[in-house]
Ligand binder design. Sequence first.
Ligand SMILES: Cc1cc2nc3c(=O)[nH]c(=O)nc-3n(C[C@H](O)[C@H](O)[C@H](O)COP(=O)(O)O)c2cc1C
Length: 243
Amino acid sequence: MQELNQELGFFDAVEARRSVRIFDQEGSFDHEKVQKCLEAAILSPNSSNLQLYQFIRVPESSPLKDPLAQLCMRQKAATTARELVVVITRRDVWKSRAKANYNFILNSNQNQPEKKVKQAGNYYKNLIPKLFGKYPGWSLIKKLIAWWVGMRRPMVREVGETEVRISVHKSAALAAMTFMLGMKAVGYDTCPMEGFDSKRVKKLLDLPTGSEICMIIGCGKGLPEGIYGPRFRVPSSELIVVK
Ligand SMILES: Cc1cc2nc3c(=O)[nH]c(=O)nc-3n(C[C@H](O)[C@H](O)[C@H](O)COP(=O)(O)O)c2cc1C
């Protein structure tokens, strides 16, 4: 077993990480490590750098922890977790995030050619609003435009509302993965869960209407019996294809 003061390197953490469903209830759990790993997770790549997600921390001391674990279908990975991290998407804050990105480029590129600021303006003030704006029928119109433009030249096709939601979830999930690897690196275990009642969780945590739950991550020091079986993966040749 890995000592808590011993951090693992990247490949060791990848190898050692498992979804652990039963966490130790006896020893101490350092919630600061969760914060540290979440701070690392927000360095993950994300679409257009809009950072449209949030981590909602629900530690064991919170009165919401037990009700939340119940809503994770009473999975042991939730009931025994010392902290639950709810990864939510925040598609709804795209305007302020686009503005923050534009302002950052504007203020940090004072010695850069005007072209760069203009490009950023075009991206964050023109393209992103077109992609994220919500008007009646707009999703279909965007898809038709993509199809029309795509007849002539290569064009991003995933512009409809569903694809925008998927894109936001992708970025949230990447950050979640960085978090889980970080937790393994510092000696803790995690279990990502999508087995929960999203409607009730949203109500319990008073989540914004425009948010969606990407996953809920149980955290703690895993017990050996919390690993339900040997790791199974199909042959890598089925998953890695060279063309
Ligand atoms: C998006 C997602 C949702 C998952 N939901 C659950 C879940 O609700 N309960 C659970 O026990 N495991 C859940 N898992 C864990 C997977 O079952 C697990 O990652 C997979 O079996 C591979 O095992 P490993 O993580 O130990 O390598 C989920 C994993 C992911 C990525």
